[in-house]
Design a binder for this molecule. Structure first.
Ligand code: ZN
Ligand code: FE
Ligand code: FE
Ligand code: ZN
Length: 265
């Protein structure tokens, strides 16, 4: 198994030492793990409860690289979860440029300046039209897919996090548009177990989403979005069972941004 979405306490809302995350991965027998902490907030005023400060990025990279050497028994990837913000692609690119990334996860957490997955801002769902919210969200996801910046797209239907859903046929139309862009740009989608820990109570993305992705030949990566050591590799049998049921026989793995398919164990 490969857990390709793991945070560190640097983001201000995760806990535990990086070594504890590695130890948990070893305990669970994972073959690889990617640290993918949140990118420093290059797109708005930094908030220490959301992401590490700019000046911490270099130290984060050094810490991951040193863990790679200290734990040769597991493949540790240098990754980052980076918010896609339209119009700010170059700023992100410049920030990432100095480092030897293995894996870059693209995320949408912001619709304009609304952090829609922040529980403190949940009331905003009541102020807007839900279909319009979904459309904006998936438009942003298309932008992330087309940007060429990312290897995989994190929690692809995160907009359902708090359980606010639109009609399946309406959403399917939006998903098809996303998958077209994902397919043309040869990006992967993340199959994430994190959704089971939130009111959505469903993996990201939905089964319908995964089925359409499989039909289009789109590869998936695996992630727990661990914000605590015990969440590393959490529910992976459940997610791989679902992927196999849909037809997936392989998952995508990365090394220095190069993709390699591995048989789903
Ligand atoms: Zn986080
Ligand atoms: Fe995220
Ligand atoms: Fe994350
Ligand atoms: Zn996340």
């Amino acid at each position: 198994m490969w857990d390709y979405h793991i945070h560190t306490k640097r983001c201000g809302h995760a806990r535990g030492e990086m070594e504890q995350y590695v130890e948990e991965a070893l305990k669970r027998g994972l073959r690889a793990m990617a640290f993918t902490d949140h990118v420093p907030m290059y797109f708005q005023r930094p908030d220490p409860s959301i992401a590490m400060a700019h000046e911490d990025l270099e130290k984060y990279v050094k810490d991951v690289l040193s863990l790679k050497e200290r734990y040769p028994e597991i493949k540790i990837l240098l990754g980052l979860e980076a918010d896609y913000i339209p119009g700010k692609e170059e700023k992100l690119e410049r920030m990432l440029e100095p480092y030897p990334w293995d894996y870059l996860l693209g995320s949408i957490h912001w619709i304009g300046d609304w952090g829609f997955d922040n529980p403190e801002l949940i009331s905003e769902y009541g102020n807007r039209d839900l279909v319009a919210i979904y459309r904006e969200y998936y438009d942003l996801l298309k932008g992330a897919a087309a940007s060429g910046l990312f290897d995989s797209l994190a929690h692809p239907d995160l907009i359902k996090k708090f359980g606010f859903r639109i009609a399946p046929d309406l959403e399917a139309a939006l998903i098809r548009e996303v998958l077209e862009v994902v397919s043309v740009n040869q990006v992967c989608l993340e199959a994430s177990t994190a959704g089971w820990r939130y009111p959505a109570n469903e993996q990201y993305p939905s089964k319908a989403f995964l089925k359409l992705a499989f039909e289009k030949g789109i590869s998936v990566t695996l992630g727990s979005d661990a914000h605590a050591p015990e969440q590393v590799g959490l529910d992976f049998l459940r997610i791989t069972g679902l992927l196999k049921e849909i037809g997936y026989k392989e998952v995508a793995t990365f090394h220095r941004r190069m993709k390699k398919m591995e048989v789903l164990g």
